[in-house]
Design a protein around this ligand. Structure first.
Ligand code: ADP
Length: 140
């Protein structure tokens, strides 16, 4: 889809990143939503997905999904995580969607013991950061 829209989609990893023990199906759902939105709302430029692991904080993983899209106004940044809510710009309406994706992604992230944070500057782009704790190999 990124290719079809002429957008650059990059993954930035690091071979030294330790394994993340979590529910892979649920993480896939969350990332499909965040990356899907980034592709849907970005007209020019691209999307970068980067993984960081803070070993000092008991292996807290951060997966950043960064785009060069329209950005999200400060007053919308909390609202868009609520069910059936879209930011108030015509682009969201014309892009379709239900306004449910982020609400579900946040619920699933919290079920995994994590969270989703948003940093965005209107006119420049958005970065959604999925924070995830790594479980140990026994799943606890
Ligand atoms: P949907 O994509 O179905 O509208 P979501 O819950 O996934 O629902 O997103 C809610 C709203 O948040 C979107 O309609 C859009 O207004 C805003 N949004 C989400 N991701 C981005 C993004 N990467 N860039 C700009 N706006 C975004």
């Amino acid at each position: 889809e990124a290719e079809r829209r002429g957008l650059d989609l990059r993954f930035e990893g690091d071979d030294a990143t330790p394994p993340l023990w979590t529910d892979p199906g649920k993480v896939r759902q969350i990332l499909l939503n965040l990356i899907g939105n980034a592709i849907k709302f970005t007209k020019e430029g691209g999307i970068a997905v980067a993984v960081d692991c803070d070993r000092s904080a008991s292996e807290d993983f951060q997966i950043h999904v960064r785009d060069t899209g329209p950005g999200i106004a400060p007053e919308e940044q909390q609202r868009i995580f609520q069910p059936f809510t879209q930011a108030d710009y015509s682009h969201s309406r014309s892009a379709g969607g239900t306004g449910l994706g982020l609400a579900i992604a946040l619920t699933v992230a919290r079920l995994l013991g994590g969270d989703i944070a948003l940093q965005s500057t209107p006119g420049e782009g958005s970065t959604f950061t999925l924070h995830l704790p790594s479980l140990n190999e026994k799943g606890r």
